[in-house]
Design a protein around this ligand. Structure first.
Ligand code: NAD
Length: 411
């Protein structure tokens, strides 16, 4: 199944529940604009390399479009399309005044020097600067991109349009960024894990957690979960899994990753397992925080965790989701679970427009409030309509975007 078909399936499931007309479905599903640009750059060795950069602007009924920029070898237009639509529903679920977009370049950042990354990023912005902007479409970090990349985007954009830091979020704090943006998605996962497990009558101390991915989202989620006294027994990254049934020393692993270019490769104070084994561990909470499509109908029957929090985008494929629905596994969907990042991105955009620096405490307090309110709304819809948390989140998101579309008028 393609990523876009997965998004469509979840959309349709919720749309059926609210009797959405076929015309309205077509309108809400069709992207407003799709761009693909050639990125030709000179590599450090003097050779010419050509990449393709994508930006899909899905929907702007509720405000300027918002979404990350992914640098990964498997990026293609279909994946970007699907992730752009997810952003539309995500911004609506947490009720921030943005639409949805996404971008990406099919490139392996691990094989590029920092200067090559910079050249590729600036060339990409040369190709799309006239269709992005603080009131139009605002990129942010995603897999393979970080605050430094966002700083290049801001700088390249202002060569064409003048000073306007609100064109991009996730910038370094020293350069119009907001404190707490980097930790936001992981912190949100930790906060929502606490709320969800409390609702399900489980104590943090009695909850063993397996977490896939130790990048921006995974490492911060591990930090907040362990600070909240969850027992994190397994984590992984591209180098494989690390398992310790008595609980891992997360502060030590964070320190290790900091000292080894964000990698856990070579960490010895845990049993080595594979990424596949990690997903099937005997734990109470599973948090996939790396790639999409890692849980399918093939491995879903072997997943033992009764609760899954989708920290990554689309880690659970619909055929697996169906199995979880039937066996009563609770899945907190990506469009709520990882919305902490876009929420703090919104605060950063507000800060840039106000030219007033927010403090970390304010960011954290407001983030926790937005996520708590959104969780309660989704939980209520799920209970009232007797649907999964995913379908409830989609019902909320589609309803809000649909109403904004009608209120704004089509003509
Ligand atoms: P990242 O690039 O910082 O980290 C990715 C992590 O996944 C790394 O630890 C990497 O080693 C690991 N990984 C890569 N390939 C793997 C494999 N085959 N098996 C296991 N692990 C592998 O990316 P990130 O920003 O942490 O994003 C992770 C996920 O969260 C993505 O799906 C992204 O779309 C989603 N997300 C990110 C944010 C954000 O604010 N960064 C917000 C919302 C959603």
């Amino acid at each position: 199944m393609r990523a876009i078909d997965a998004t469509r399936l979840y959309f349709d499931r919720a749309a059926d529940r609210i009797d959405l007309s076929e015309n309205m479905r077509q309108l809400l599903l069709t992207a407003k604009r799709e761009i693909s640009v050639q990125i030709a750059v000179e590599l450090d060795n003097g050779e010419i390399a050509t990449f393709i950069g994508y930006r899909v602007q899905h929907d702007d009924a509720r405000g300027p479009m918002k979404g990350g920029l992914r640098y990964h070898p498997e990026v293609d237009l279909g994946e970007v399309r699907s992730l752009a639509a997810l952003m539309t529903w995500k911004t609506a679920v947490v009720d921030i005044p943005f639409g949805g977009a996404k971008g990406g370049i099919a490139v392996d950042p691990a094989k590029l020097s920092p200067r090559e990354m910079e050249r590729i990023t600036r060339k990409f912005i040369d190709g799309i600067h006239d269709v992005i902007g603080p009131d139009v479409d605002i990129p942010a970090p995603d897999m393979g991109t970080n605050a430094e990349v966002m700083a290049w985007i801001m700088n390249q954009y202002q060569k064409y349009h003048g000073f306007n830091p609100g064109v991009v979020t996730g910038k370094p704090v020293e350069l119009h960024g907001i404190p707490g943006r980097e930790e936001a998605t992981g912190r949100g996962v930790g906060h929502l894990a606490f709320k969800l497990m409390s609702r399900l009558g489980r104590k943090a101390q009695q909850t063993r957690v397996a977490l896939q991915g130790f990048g921006n989202v995974g490492s911060h989620a591990a930090k907040f979960l362990s600070e909240a006294e969850f027992k994190v027994v397994a984590v992984s990254d591209v180098s494989g899994g690390y398992y310790r049934p008595e609980g891992l020393d997360i502060p030590k692993m964070l320190q290790y990753a900091r000292e080894h270019q964000s990698s856990l490769q070579g960490y010895t104070e845990a049993e080595r397992i594979s990424n596949e084994q990690l997903l099937e561990l005997d734990v109470e909470l599973l948090v996939p925080a790396a790639l999409g499509g890692v849980i399918t109908a093939q491995n879903a029957p072997r997943v033992k965790a009764p609760v899954i929090i989708e920290a990554a985008n689309q880690p659970v494929w619909p055929d697996a989701d169906h199995i979880f629905d039937q066996q009563g596994t609770v899945v907190l969907p990506d469009i709520l679970a990882n919305a902490g990042g876009v929420t703090v991105s919104y605060f950063e955009w507000v800060q840039n427009r106000q030219h007033y620096q927010w403090g970390l405490n304010r960011v954290r307090q407001e983030l926790d409030r937005v996520l708590s309110d959104s969780f309660e709304r989704v939980w209520t819809v799920a209970s009232e309509r007797k649907v999964s948390l995913r379908t409830a989140a989609y019902i909320l998101g589609i309803g809000r975007v649909g109403r904004a579309t009608i209120l704004g008028g089509i003509t």
